[in-house]
Design a protein around this ligand. Structure first.
Ligand SMILES: Nc1ncnc2c1ncn2[C@@H]1O[C@H](COP(=O)(O)OP(=O)(O)OP(=O)(O)O)[C@@H](O)[C@H]1O
Ligand SMILES: [Mg+2]
Length: 300
């Protein structure tokens, strides 16, 4: 079943969040999958779009490689509509537009194409009122694929590893965001900066955190994501962490991050669902989420 524009408790215009950082391995895909799954578990229709030829968000949700499947490549090339690319997932309110490694070719194939930076934005436009959140997983490069995601997005969520060189390279990303704001997408905002693989017990981590807080101010998300083995294991089972192990620290942290982002935008979702309502109608696999969220609320 595809989500309709009516019948949803929160049927306002969707918010498009690009998860981007040109640095590799900082937790973009882990964040994209688990944030999208947590939005869906909070009963808001959510679309995850895999914009990376590595296709880790696609395989991480359990979809095997299939060159014949309609994917984000076809969207960028104007060969299929976003509707044709939608896949349902194990979570009732989560949809996926998959990627395939042929997406790497789009960088070259589109080099002289008209409106090459607007392909993703235009492809997603017909779906925007059907999803409350659209999460775009970007590749580790400031290439045309990331550019398309940033032009399609309302805001960028930047995952950063809480390590000594965390800020290294971020000025390049911020410059790119500035340039996009100056031309291709004036409305692009920064959704937040989220610390991933974070171990708050070390002095170094605390120093990095306070440095990032000075630099990003309120944009630094209060929620940090700990290093957690379940987050690393879940994709090999083709599942979001909250399905694989809903009580894990990793799953809990992304549920908390989703709540933080939902609560930050009263205009996108009129009334954020209470912890009690979260996931009550979701797949059986996520039955334990309300308990996990309740536990978090009590400890918060
Ligand atoms: N909080 C975490 N705890 C433990 N392992 C993690 C965590 N976050 C990410 N990982 C692991 O770290 C590796 C890199 O994470 P991920 O693939 O999400 O990064 P990425 O930024 O998307 O990488 P790329 O730049 O290649 O797209 C993966 O093996 C992932 O399972
Ligand atoms: Mg990735």
């Amino acid at each position: 079943m595809l989500p309709g524009s009516s019948g949803s408790p929160h049927n306002l215009m969707g918010r498009v969040i690009a998860v981007a950082n040109q640095k590799g391995g900082v937790g973009k895909t882990t964040t994209a999958i688990n944030l999208a799954a947590s939005f869906a578990a909070a009963e808001v229709n959510t679309l995850l779009v895999d914009c990376d030829p590595q296709s880790n968000a696609t395989s991480g949700l359990g979809f095997a490689k299939d060159p014949d499947r309609v994917s984000s490549y076809h969207l960028l090339m104007g060969a299929a509509s976003a509707e044709e690319a939608l896949l349902t997932t194990e979570l009732e309110q989560l949809w996926l537009i998959p990627a395939h490694k042929n997406l790497i070719g789009a960088n070259i194939e589109l080099v002289d194409a008209d409106g090459r930076e607007f392909r993703m934005r235009d492809a997603l436009a017909p779906l925007r009122d059907r999803f409350q959140f659209v999460v775009l997983d970007c590749p580790p490069a400031l290439d045309l694929l990331t550019l398309n995601a940033l032009v399609a997005a309302d805001a960028v969520l930047i995952p950063m590893q809480g390590e000594y060189f965390a800020l290294e390279g971020v000025s390049e990303l911020l410059d790119t965001i500035e340039r996009i704001r100056a031309g291709l997408n004036p409305a692009l905002g920064i959704e937040g900066v989220v610390l991933t693989m974070f171990d708050d017990r070390t002095n170094l981590a605390q120093q990095v955190m306070s440095e990032l807080k000075n630099f990003f101010g309120e944009k630094l998300c209060q929620t940090t994501v700990p290093r957690n083995i379940r987050l690393a294991e879940a994709p090999s089972h083709g599942k979001a962490a909250l399905v694989y192990d809903p009580r894990s620290k990793g799953a809990e942290s992304y549920i908390r991050l989703a709540k933080e982002l939902i609560e930050r935008q009263p205009s996108a979702v009129s009334s954020p669902p209470s912890a009690e309502t979260i996931a009550t109608e979701s797949a059986e696999a996520v039955e334990e989420i309300p308990a996990a969220v309740d536990a978090m609320d009590k400890s918060a």
